[in-house]
Design a protein around this ligand. Structure first.
Ligand code: ADP
Ligand code: MG
Length: 309
């Protein structure tokens, strides 16, 4: 018997490393005319390294003490930045303390109790903004906060992702983290632009400076770069496109991408770098994290649809 075209397309996509979950998805893939890409773990390899360790002067912390504190709080997290922090601490031979009460806020960071003190690690844009501490329980030193923000901005201008470390809500240091672009990122953006007739959009929770720098390297510029987004903001960006009649493909890896993957016409998750939630939510999974297989799968869908119609 001859296999129906959409089923052979699924088999074919599978051979190329794209696991398409159903014939309906295989068909929808070929309809996409807009693309939204996540940055960290999607366009980048998702194996970032800690490059800078900057205790805030007067915090009384050494580089090692700052890193060990951050690693303890990050230990339970599956975020690529968390793995970078834990790996850096291990490389320096630091002991990683046990924690209690771990919580993670997608797009913001993590908090945990380490030896009866609260340690928070995450994005400077939200953690140094004390309008988000409504109970004002901490005595915040404004000068130290300003100094921490400046250190973070300097690192971000250098293309780093900066994460701040707070001890009992007071900033005690900043870590600079750098990630590499996937080798096929620029070529994939070019192919997707060709296939859909418009430049993909970059949706990231990371800072605007690092986002713009990386976007330029893959040929995404200006209006198409959306930084500092929370998971819900990614959903809204997708909904705006869909409201204009665009059928949007979302490609992402994180827990923070799951709502946007669900809202999209078609959601694709990174199989290796991806979180379990992203893999479950997405309509398809790129098994070996090779971005170039995405345009390939779209082309296979279109070829199959020509046979169906
Ligand atoms: P992206 O959208 O680029 O994949 P995320 O939404 O996952 O990025 O993260 C956005 C920002 O939130 C990060 O750049 C970082 O500042 C902060 N963040 C999120 N999770 C963590 C974490 N586990 N540790 C430190 N910072 C985090
Ligand atoms: Mg991501």
């Amino acid at each position: 018997a001859t296999m129906p075209p959409l089923l052979s397309a699924i088999a074919n996509a599978g051979r190329h490393g794209v696991l398409v979950k159903s014939a309906v998805v295989m068909e929808r893939l070929g309809q996409v005319d807009a693309v939204a890409l996540d940055k960290t773990g999607t366009l980048t390899e998702g194996t970032p390294r800690v490059t800078d360790i900057r205790p805030v002067p007067g915090s009384g912390l050494t580089e090692d003490a700052l890193l060990a504190l951050a690693a303890a709080a990050e230990h339970p997290s599956e975020h690529p930045l968390a793995r970078a922090v834990v790996d850096a601490a291990r490389t320096r031979g630091l002991a990683i303390a046990d924690t209690r009460d771990f919580t993670s806020t997608p797009g913001v960071g993590v908090t945990a109790t380490v030896a009866d003190r609260t340690v928070t690690v995450g994005t400077p844009a939200r953690l140094l903004d004390h309008t988000e501490d409504p109970d004002h329980t901490a005595t915040i030193d404004a000068a130290k906060t300003a100094e921490t923000a400046k250190t973070a901005a300097d690192l971000e201008n250098g293309g780093r992702t900066a994460v701040v470390v707070l001890l009992d809500k007071a900033p005690v240091g900043v870590l600079g983290i750098a990630d590499r672009l996937r080798p096929d990122a620029a070529a994939t953006v070019a192919d997707l632009t060709c296939l859909t007739g418009s430049t993909p959009m970059l949706l990231t929770g990371d800072n605007p400076r690092a986002a713009a720098r990386l976007a330029a390297e893959v040929g995404i510029t200006g209006d198409e770069v959306h930084a500092g987004l929370l998971p819900q903001d990614k959903v809204e960006a997708v909904r705006r496109l869909e409201a204009r009649g665009r059928r949007t493909l979302v490609l992402g890896d994180g827990v923070n991408d799951a709502p946007a993957l669900a809202a999209a016409h078609t959601g694709i998750a990174m199989g290796r770098a991806g979180s379990d939630l992203a893999l479950e939510t997405a309509d398809a999974v790129i098994v070996r994290d090779e971005l170039a297989t995405v345009p390939k799968a779209i082309a296979l869908s279109r070829a199959a649809r020509r046979l169906v119609v």
